[in-house]
Ligand binder design. Structure first.
Ligand code: PA5
Length: 446
């Protein structure tokens, strides 16, 4: 399969009989998912996105991406949560880590905005944009999310001041609902080119829709390869039987850990280019499972960096953790440790070694140390960091997440809890219609 799962280092923490006893629940969850009869079944569009054959939309998207690549110095991607984390994960993983500092480049720098309300960050961005040719992809399924909507106000007004209203409209692409929402209305009024977020695809499952694909294509990443990886995983992880489906094995393993009081899942990576992937993964699992008083808490660590901070806790702290290690088979670029004539640092025994192999030993050593410290470890592996493998990995985690949600008895496709802070914020900001709530909240804040 394009994604492997190794449970060897987790097996000592559960019995074979416990595993076998999960098959009926897995079969039932599989049925809910594949027959579309479970909670949230209006949002199963993600399952077929990698094999979506809307060639017209695809060609239009590729053309837009090629145009932006050819004309922009910077693409601002404005979105939050499911509207930004997927493309950010893929772009960070597959493009040059120091793209912004390279002299010769044939793709624009991509900057994400609208993911928070940080004043200093937002103000400073415009200092960096002076003299740059800026294009914009504003993404919001609902079209009404506050953070990206505010960021877009800033960008729209700055761009119109800089290059005029007509040119600004040519440089802005909106990805939103087919018909409704404030962004759709605005895009229509201003004449922006638009791309559609399908009704039946939720934000965190939208990487393979235009939400993810337009920024990813602008970054020069092959969306055909990404989708091919997703399509391969869709096929590979379709079986009902636990024995034949690594995505379901991963879901079942997580469920077993949860039942045993291992309430925190740590996704550990050994490559900084995957840091944003972990953020995508955390949203996928946190928003899908954390409801009705249930759910694993998804956390992430980046190794070996965090072995010098969180490593102490993982090794010896409270034993409510298990680890899912994201393992990359080979590195794309080879870099070897140089010789030092005097061997002052005592590292000449490593001279000529590939840094990737040193990292591999760190991974193996950590795996054994953490399992010795009673932290069960599962290893999710891909061969290399390329578009195909990443597409497969994304689908693997999406499929496992949907099944995990059904095993847990929650709706993996809604997020009712994210409304609470929004309602309070609207009331405190004085949004019309929220007068009563405002008075009540302000009294509590006093
Ligand atoms: O997964 C989700 O549904 C959320 O994270 C949303 O994607 C996020 O709140 C942004 O919503 P929208 O695209 O409507 O602006």
């Amino acid at each position: 399969t394009p994604v492997s799962l190794n449970l060897h280092y987790a097996e000592p923490f559960y019995g074979e009989h416990e595993w076998q006893q999960l098959q009926p629940a897995v079969s039932e969850a599989h049925r809910l998912l594949h027959e579309g009869t479970g909670a949230g079944s209006d949002f199963l569009g993600w399952m077929d996105l990698p094999v979506n054959d809307d060639q017209e939309e695809r060609t239009r998207l590729e053309n837009a991406a090629a145009h932006i690549r050819a004309h922009a110095d910077v693409l601002l991607v404005i979105g939050i949560g499911g509207s930004s984390l997927g493309s950010k994960a893929v772009i960070s993983a597959l493009t040059h880590s120091f793209h912004a500092y390279l002299e010769d480049k044939d793709t624009p720098d991509i900057i994400f905005l609208g993911e928070h309300l940080g004043s200093d960050y937002t103000a400073e961005l415009f200092d960096a944009l002076a003299d740059k040719r800026v294009y914009v992809n504003v993404i919001s399924k609902s079209g009404t999310t506050t953070e990206p909507a505010i960021a877009f106000r800033f960008v729209k007004s700055w761009l119109e001041d800089t290059c005029g209203k007509e040119e600004a409209a040519r440089r802005i692409y909106a990805t939103t609902d087919r018909e409704k929402g404030a962004l759709k209305t605005l895009a229509h009024a201003e004449g922006y080119e638009t791309f559609v977020v399908p009704d039946d695809v939720g934000g965190r499952y939208s990487v393979f829709s235009p939400v993810g694909l337009l920024p990813i294509a602008v970054a020069g990443i092959s969306i055909s390869d990404l989708l091919a990886g997703g399509a391969e995983a869709r096929h590979a992880f379709a079986a009902e039987g636990l024995r034949h489906n690594p995505a379901y094995q991963y879901a079942a393993f997580r469920y077993l850990m949860y039942q045993k009081g291992k309430y925190i899942e740590l996704l550990s990576t050994y490559e900084p280019k995957l840091t944003d992937f972990s953020e995508w993964w955390k949203q996928l699992y946190g928003e899908s499972e954390g409801k009705d008083g249930k759910g694993l808490f998804p956390a992430s660590v980046k190794f070996t960096t965090d072995l010098h901070s969180m490593g102490q806790y993982i090794q010896e702290g409270r034993r409510h953790l298990f680890e899912t290690v994201l393992h990359i088979g080979t590195s794309t670029k080879e870099i070897k440790i140089p010789d030092m004539s005097g061997n002052e640092d005592g590292l000449n025994y490593l001279a000529g070694e590939r840094l990737h192999d040193v990292n591999e030993k760190a991974y193996q050593g950590t795996l054994l140390a953490h399992t010795d410290g009673n932290v069960p470890n599962a290893i999710v592996g891909i061969e290399r960091l390329d578009a195909y493998s990443l597409g497969a990995l994304i689908y693997f985690f999406e499929k496992a997440c949907a099944l995990s949600g059904y095993l847990l008895g929650v709706n993996p496709f809604d997020q009712p809890g994210v409304e609470s802070y929004k309602q309070n914020m609207f009331a405190l900001l004085g949004k019309p219609g929220y007068e009563k709530q405002r008075a009540e909240l302000e009294k509590r804040l006093d």
